[in-house]
Design a protein around this ligand. Structure first.
Ligand code: 3PG
Ligand code: MG
Length: 395
């Protein structure tokens, strides 16, 4: 993986097209999480301080190639201005006369946000003419949107070949953290993979067992592995059609010398709701009709113990049904232990994926991991070992 950074670049007076990921959660007109905006500010501030004219472009939602006011970036541009603490101009189109006029009005050090790139069908089609219209607005291209880098779209891929292309500080930090975790990690390297389904994470598990020394399988996906091993899991969520796949993954892991760590106990309940009566049971003692909803205390204690021997950890997916108390206990306990090891300088910890971010925020340790990615799909594709088009275009 090689890419150019902003180091040593002449930026004064230059028009810089900055591909950001302004795809923030918006509910009833309110942004419920500004993390992605906050993460962008170092690059924007640096570009502006070095005298660039900063032209921010991004997709927002999935408007299907035509303008749709519900997916306008106007409110997000205003929020970005608040986060930056400086005025941010807005152009009602990302190409054509409206965009050109807004760029022409931009002074060195000024910041402009262009309307949603997905208002044009050319964006998702990675269309060369649309990419050229974007490129015509600028002298340089900077990509700070790792979280959109799994998309081969005009603003993430085609345009990078039409202008001198660089990684922004956020992209740079993300790629450096990911490389330190999987490409040249300090070992032992472990991965924790939680979440519901084996079927959506087959490629990811296949890639990880070839790279990591230990793989913790948790969440409902662990139920599938347990059931495939002939363990009774009551009425727990699982994928019977994935038993063969689970056994194959376990066999391949064994051949590769990767230790697979499954739950040894569980927290169960007869219904899935907040604070029902629960039982702590050994994993071979799950009662018929009950649901496994979290790792049990013995499993967590074992993980905390193993953690002491690991030098690098990649974490994707919660351990239990963390959104419903008390089934957040295992995730929270382990997340805090990881944060402690990280703070002590004993562990490099990288986490990502939508639910993972929410789970670590819930545990109160989101800022204490070495790196927490706000990417969803891009983080998963990176864990699968795929080349991300938006990253490849910077090479
Ligand atoms: C995300 O939020 O995961 C990225 O912005 C990509 O969005 P997309 O899945 O609509 O391409
Ligand atoms: Mg997505």
């Amino acid at each position: 993986m090689s890419f150019r950074t902003l180091d040593g670049l002449t930026l004064a007076g230059k028009r810089v097209l900055l591909r950001a990921d302004l795809n923030v959660p918006l509910h009833d007109g309110r942004i419920t999480d500004r993390t992605r905006l906050e993460r962008l500010t170092p690059t924007i501030r640096e570009l502006a301080a070095r005298g660039a004219r900063v032209i921010v472009c991004s997709h927002f939602g999935r408007p299907k190639g035509k303008p749709d006011p519900a997916f306008s970036l106007a409110p997000i541009a205003a929020a970005l201005g608040e986060v930056l603490g400086r005025p941010v101009a807005f152009a009602a189109d990302c190409i054509g006369p409206a965009a050109q006029a807004a760029v022409a009005a931009l002074a060195p050090g000024g910041v402009l946000v262009l309307e949603n790139t997905r208002f044009h069908a050319g964006e998702e089609a990675n269309d060369p003419a649309f990419a050229q219209a974007l490129a015509d607005l600028a002298d340089l291209y900077v990509n700070d949107a790792f979280s959109a880098a799994h998309r081969a779209h005009a603003s993430t891929a085609a345009v990078a070949h039409l202008l001198p292309a660089y990684a922004g500080r956020l992209m740079q930090r993300e790629l450096e953290a990911l490389a330190a975790a999987l490409d040249h990690p300090a070992r032992p390297l472990a991965a924790i993979v939680g979440g519901a389904k084996v079927s959506t994470k087959l490629a990811l598990l296949g890639n990880l067992i070839a790279r990591v020394n230990a793989l913790v399988i948790a969440g409902a996906m662990a139920n599938t592995f347990l059931a495939a091993n002939g363990i009774a899991i009551g009425s727990s969520l699982e994928e019977p059609s994935m038993h063969d796949a689970a056994r194959q993954i376990a066999a391949a892991a064994k051949a590769a010398g990767c230790e697979i760590i499954l739950p040894i106990d569980a927290v169960t309940a007869t219904e899935f709701r907040a604070n029902p009566p629960t039982q702590m049971v050994a994993i071979d003692a799950v009662a018929p009709g009950t649901l496994i909803l979290d790792l049990g205390p013995a499993s967590v204690a074992r993980l905390v113990e193993k953690l002491a021997g690991w030098k690098t950890l990649v974490w994707n997916g919660p351990l239990g049904a963390f959104e419903t108390p008390p089934f957040d206990a295992a995730t929270t306990t382990l997340a805090r232990a990881v944060a402690e090891r990280t703070a002590a300088g004993r562990l490099l910890s990288v986490a990502g994926g939508g639910d993972t971010v929410a789970a670590l925020h819930h545990a109160g340790v989101a800022e204490q991991f070495s790196y927490l990615s706000t990417a969803g799909g891009a983080f998963l594709e990176w864990l699968e070992g795929k080349t991300l088009p938006g990253v490849a275009a910077l090479g």
